[in-house]
Design a protein around this ligand. Structure first.
Ligand SMILES: [Fe+2]
Length: 138
């Protein structure tokens, strides 16, 4: 089964953000595993919570940095986060309704993995380049 794998190109150049992104990848992999293994009704909500909670925590970390260092593109970046939180809610409802299986893996890859990769490679790397200049220690 396809798993989300960390690559050097995902580094935004700020260690604390990179570490959180790596943790997100781990949690997505747990979800992908649960979906692929057709885990029962108990496990799925747990792994969805496990990932969803960390997404919220991670976004708030980035937003805190953006505010602290007066990032000029804060609002546009935050909007992307807010939109994803909405998407994740709908995604979660669908996955829980359909249950684990191949279609859940496909959906996770399409709605979560692809979004995160694109967001990191574009929006977060731009933020990382800005923060690297501003932060006394990364
Ligand atoms: Fe972000």
């Amino acid at each position: 089964m396809p798993q989300i794998e960390w690559l050097d190109q995902y580094s935004v150049g700020v260690e604390s953000i990179d570490n959180q992104h790596k943790e997100l990848f781990e949690r997505i992999n747990r979800l992908l595993d649960a979906c692929a293994q057709g885990e029962g009704k108990k496990v799925l909500p747990e792994v969805l919570d496990f990932l969803g909670d960390y997404v919220v925590f991670h976004f708030s970390t980035e937003e805190k940095y953006m505010k602290e260092y007066l990032y000029p593109e804060y609002l546009a970046h935050k909007k992307e986060h807010d939109n994803f939180v909405e998407t994740y809610k709908k995604f979660r409802e669908e996955i829980e309704k359909e249950g684990a299986g191949v279609s859940a893996v496909i959906k996770t890859n399409r709605l979560v993995v692809d979004w995160l990769k694109n967001h990191i490679l574009g929006t977060d790397r731009k933020l990382g380049a800005f923060l690297k200049e501003k932060m006394p220690s990364k």
